[in-house]
Design a protein around this ligand. Sequence first.
Ligand code: NDP
Length: 449
Amino acid sequence: MSDILDFIKAKDPGQKEFHQAVQEVLETVQPVLDRNPEYRQSAVLQRITEPERVIMFRVPWMDDQGQVNVNRGFRIEMSCAIGPYKGGLRFHPSVNLSILKFLAFEQAFKNALTTLSMGGGKGGSDFDPKGKSDNEVMRFCQSFMTELYRHIGPDTDIPAGDIGVGAREIGYLFGMYKRLRNEFTGVLTGKSLGWGGSLIRPEATGYGSVYFASEMLATRDDNLEGKTCLVSGSGNVAQYTVEKIIELGGKATTLSDSSGYIYDEEGIDKDKLAFVKRLKNVRRGRIREYVDKYSETVYTEVDSTLDYNPLWNHKADCAFPSATQNEINEKDARNLVKNGVYLVSEGANMPSTPEAINIFLDNKLLYAPGKAANAGGVAVSGLEMAQNSMRLSWPREEVDSRLRTIMKSIHQSCLDAAADYGVPGNYMAGANIAGFVKVVNAMLDQGLV
Ligand code: NDP
């Protein structure tokens, strides 16, 4: 295992997020390789850690001042062992090959857990939609798609949204794809309802993360009623996480963006959440405006001199990190435990550092890794693809009930795999093992390709 990791690190030395994601999986699947010697003989680890295809391209676009800008576009096609490549597009200045490879690698196992037929991929750009006009975002999306369309298709690779890519961006991307290909197909998910989107898709990741938390609590005859929850982020995942927490009788007290976070001791209720949705999705404002509206609440600006995030240092029962990778470090994890948190459900991808995860596991927290807890988003994307293929649209209750069933089944698969390999209750090991076995068995069935 360590030889393989050393090899990967030597080959791509700067890709620390990718190394982190690979290391976590390799460490937990060791017993699977011991039990299945054919996996080693077929070099599955070397194969599964190398993307099937990496596409990088120039994205030139013109801003409102007539200036030409150039960004970099990416698509990582990681694995199509169990279905066409599937995974989101991220538009954020931090985007690079390491971050997208880590996300695509995680996506392959996450998609396997959903029980739907989807391989793993991820893409995006270092373009920052923040502060750009709608016209600038449209011109960027059109230029991005002018290259990406060659590589994707409803049976090949089906991108979706992620950080910085919501309904607006998916609309512009789809419009350009349709024009270039002259076909109206389900090539992107996260589409608006009026033209091929699925009900519950916007809600799916946040709802799914809370459903997963409910399943974990049920193993201890517990539920979310009356529980205080810390939530980070204020985008798509965070908003619908809070919505479902409220619905199930819990109380969410925090939300954040990259500038700071708000603490509302009384809890973010339905009206306050409606304000956040308008603020973030329509006005594209900053979370600090919450305290202008609700004066009894507190806003804390990000302080880069601190070695911890004060958002994770409040009394609570549950934590739902829903912003970005590595947002909970070792000190944050210690603060969470000290403040009484006994459940962490990761809406974001890889939000906890390896040191933080060790603290969760050592303290026997109910800890759900992102690839299990946030799989509801891609699961409903899979349902959107199914509806598009049939030219049908299922009612809200049907999609929500399928989402619930899928989250229940992912929870059970994690528990079963963990118990089978002697680490009962370890959802991280369970998720890695269950996803890995499914992808690797498909690879072996299909020969050396
Ligand atoms: P959005 O763009 O809707 O929201 C992201 C939120 O996180 C914003 O509040 C943003 O603040 C904050 N954020 C982003 N980057 C940073 C950073 N470097 N530091 C601090 N805050 C940051 O994205 P989503 O809600 O869709 O995604 C959130 C997480 O969930 C990501 O990890 C994503 O990969 C994961 N995820 C999303 C899925 C989906 O269906 N959307 C599916 C599965 C996982 P600001 O506005 O200031 O940038």
